[in-house]
Design a protein around this ligand. Structure first.
Ligand SMILES: Nc1ncnc2c1ncn2[C@@H]1O[C@H](COP(=O)(O)OP(=O)(O)OP(=O)(O)O)[C@@H](O)[C@H]1O
Ligand SMILES: [Mg+2]
Length: 392
């Protein structure tokens, strides 16, 4: 079986990506020179951004602390995302990171634990005036300013107060959910204002967003908080050769004829999420030719596109309507979309933005909107053909 989510045993399943790792590590390494870069990692759904970043965090040396914050987790547990929740999540992943270096932080552990417990239980009211690593802890009572200052300054302060730690890397995954906070622009500016005084902390934002998403504009566009200072790196699918090697290495018992493999690559387009789910519906005893691959693809499509079943189920009717029209028409200008949907201008803008922030829409050089992922298009068409209508 191939993993369909990011596996716990990273080294067992992780394949290649040496160039991407080199590229990203080169940027990260600036934190050891007191010249930190901040990164924005983009790429299509299922291409392997999360796995790649987890691998990079996993391989850092022991003088580097790392924290991984998944903003979508906040959304799914609270049904909303607030600035406070993100800061609290940041704090607990910083704590988790320190906990894993217990030998270094043994003396501080209880203190830190108390602080975090207090934040969770008492609305940020820190009753005892404690301090960690000589960092004074503010008395906070529903005080966003103090909470944000404390959390945002913590990573650099930990480095400054410990000889054992040189650098801190924080990854914010599914960062497009930050769009749901009350004032996303202000929140990005908050980051910017603290980050610029931190010499050894690297912030990496990543998520499933289209390249044209307005959240990228908010954070790194001309008028965004980082105004182009964030280094943007796009992660691509496996090439045909990489796909071939990947299968050989991790799924060697699945055999293809040459045209069978060509068809397999055409279907998956080198996206690891699809390669893995597709492999899981193939048998090890057979040799797959083109026809057999086509047939398995048609028969098992729901299993292969599993990631879209969940995403589709969570879209609203406005979003689904836009997608259905684009599946039927392939690509359309904004004006034609306006006409076909019958929505008001502001409604159309709102839902095009939300689809962009979910990495579903693409936007061509000649101003056409289309669906980003061919697998989604194929699946929806297939559903319509076989069941007479698009999935509800
Ligand atoms: N380098 C890799 N080696 C082996 N498997 C990989 C690799 N990259 C990704 N995968 C597999 O592909 C699937 C998707 O990866 P991942 O979740 O990292 O993608 P993503 O780009 O973060 O997707 P999303 O945009 O939905 O968050 C996972 O099951 C993962 O195990
Ligand atoms: Mg991911």
């Amino acid at each position: 079986m191939m993993p369909t989510t990011v596996p716990k045993n990273i080294d067992k399943y992780f394949f290649n990506r040496t160039k991407d790792i080199k590229k990203i590590n080169l940027q990260i390494s600036s934190i050891y020179e007191d010249l930190p870069n901040q990164l924005l990692i983009t790429g299509n759904r299922g291409v392997g951004k999360t796995f790649l970043l987890k691998k990079i965090l996993h391989d850092t040396d022991k003088k580097t602390l790392t924290a991984y914050i998944d903003i979508s987790k906040i959304y799914s547990t609270n049904k909303k995302v607030t600035e406070e929740e993100i800061l609290k999540e940041m704090l607990s992943s910083i704590y988790e990171s320190l906990r894993q270096k217990q030998s270094v932080f043994k003396n501080f552990e209880d203190n830190l634990k108390n602080i975090i417990m207090n934040i969770k239980l008492h609305d940020y009211e820190f009753t005892d005036a404690a301090s960690i690593f000589d960092i004074p802890i503010p008395k906070i009572k529903e005080n966003y300013k103090a909470l944000s200052k404390f959390v945002m300054e913590l990573p650099q302060k930990i480095i400054d107060t410990s000889d054992e730690i040189d650098a801190f890397i924080l990854v914010f995954d599914e960062f497009q959910f930050i769009k749901h906070v009350e004032n996303p622009e202000a929140f990005f500016w908050l980051f910017r204002s603290y980050i610029q005084d931190q010499s050894n902390v690297c912030y990496i934002f990543t998520g499933s967003v289209s390249k044209s998403a307005d959240i990228i504009e908010d954070i790194n566009g001309q008028r965004g908080a980082f105004a182009g200072r964030m280094i943007q790196i796009d992660i691509e699918a496996f090439t045909k050769e990489e796909t071939y090697k990947y299968l050989n290495e991790k799924a060697g018992d699945i055999k293809f004829t040459d045209d069978g493999f060509d068809r397999f690559y055409k279907c998956t387009r080198g996206i690891p999420a699809y390669i893995n789910t597709f492999c899981n519906v193939l048998d090890s005893g057979k040799i797959y030719d083109e026809e057999m691959i086509k047939e398995s693809f048609m028969m098992k499509m729901d299993q292969i596109v599993i990631m879209w079943l969940y995403i589709w189920g969570n879209l609203n009717d406005y979003e689904k309507t836009i997608i259905k029209i684009l599946v039927d028409e392939k690509q359309l200008t904004w004006n034609t979309l306006l006409e076909k949907t019958g929505y008001s201008k502001s409604t159309l803008t709102k839902y095009i933005d939300s689809l962009n922030n979910k990495a579903i829409l693409g936007y061509s050089n000649d101003n056409m909107y289309m669906i980003n992922d061919m697998m989604l298009v194929t699946w929806l068409k297939h559903k319509k053909e076989t069941e007479g209508q698009y999935p509800l």
